[in-house]
Design a protein around this ligand. Sequence first.
Ligand SMILES: [Zn+2]
Length: 395
Amino acid sequence: MRPPKMRYCKKCVYPASSAVPLAFDDQGVCSGCRTAAERVEINWDKKKKIFERIIEEHRSKDGRNYDCIIPVSGGKDSYFQVHVIKKVYGLNPLLVTYNGNNYTKTGLENVQNMREVFGVDHIFFTPSIDTLVKLNRIGFKLMGDMNWHAHAGIYTYPVRVAVQFNVPLMIWGEHGFMDLGGMHSYKDLVEFTYRYRHEHCLRGFEWHDMTDEGLARLGKPEIEEGLTAKDLLPWMYPTDEEISRVGVRGLFLANYLKWEANEHGQMVIEKYGFKPSPEPFDRTYRRMSNLDDMHENGLHDYMKYVKFGYGRATDHCCKDIRSGKMTRDEAVKIVRQMDHVKPRDLGRWLPYVGMTEGEFDRIADTFRDARVWWQEGDSWRKDNLWDESTAAVGI
Ligand SMILES: [Zn+2]
């Protein structure tokens, strides 16, 4: 059955089916665009002072421990976070990386270079590859996301390290759902919470759902991989008691300093030798994002298109429209060209997990969202951005 006509934001190019929760106002503008517009009016000096007060409270008094933890992938945002914390404020951070075994060659070179140029201590953690392969298969079959392990790992492992090293302050970059969908206002100064991690980053699943008992409980015994609690240690979030004993607190830097991804990217290239990808990606025009995980811009993102009818090119266009770097008409052309592309990293992933392309397509199709797709004969159809008037209204 054909769903109601898909609604798109009048200012950016997000559909109402966006994976990131967003709402439209009576002018047809999405909450992500409205929140992004706050950044022009905010008194950033005042925010900076709040940030400085917090970090001074956490600076190690006798220098016998790290001042903070920075979870890093080695991407342009990581470079910027370390630049601010180490170079601008002179703190002594411990960098923590979750390695999901999907780095691009350039992404790995950037991680190595980051250690050298900043002169910081760095934990580069790699879970068992055998477990990673199993989690790729379970994630794909259970929720259409082979990269669940990565999102869970990035938002769990560094918090475990904070508890283990007794370092309360964590410095994250942007709050994804706030940045893309306007879930919170910049005025709220939201901090990292278990709930944000669990509901959004981890899609409501936890490590115990990945064990045989967990999958049986979810009614999915056919996708069991024999994983047990001991295989899943890196994905176990610390207990409430541990978090409160250490006083773990996660700040999003984008709440305190005006975040301009393109400008930060340029700065870290010039000042610290960060390298963008030498090759274009299949599904986005940006070469500076997600070099730490070839499937993040590739197959993981292709699944977003299969589910919700849009992809990474839409995400990046929305950011660039909001920061005044792109017009909506230009964005529509890019989205039309890139959002549907089946990416080349399928050629790595299928043998990695031992799956055929036919099997992949069959499972992928089970995740198509009925708000977006309908079938005509053998083909899947959806309403497209370019079917509407593409002229942005004067907002
Ligand atoms: Zn919008």
